[in-house]
Design a protein around this ligand. Structure first.
Ligand SMILES: [Ca+2]
Length: 89
């Protein structure tokens, strides 16, 4: 079953949700492969191009994983734009 994207949540909840749903090996980092798989499971017909785009936007130190607070913040911004999630605080 694909995961449902909640329409409204706090930033902390969104952060937790991203890691719960994307960080499949639970190493505290979101790899491009994990992001791609998660987007697919969410029912977004996101190909690799769109995954790369999200990564270019978020992976500011180019180490191939979303793993710092500032990168997570960027991914959260991107997630809001992609999915229209309303962040409540
Ligand atoms: Ca990084």
């Amino acid at each position: 079953m694909p995961h449902k994207v909640p329409q409204e949540m706090s930033k902390e909840d969104l952060k937790k949700w991203l890691f719960d749903n994307m960080d499949s090996n639970k190493d505290g980092r979101i790899s491009m492969k994990e992001l791609h798989r998660a987007l697919k499971e969410l029912g977004h017909s996101f190909g690799w191009l769109k995954t790369f785009r999200a990564f270019w936007f978020s992976d500011t130190n180019w180490n191939g994983a979303i793993d710092t607070d500032s990168e997570i913040d960027k991914l959260i911004t991107y997630a809001q734009n992609m999915w229209g999630i309303k962040v409540t605080n």
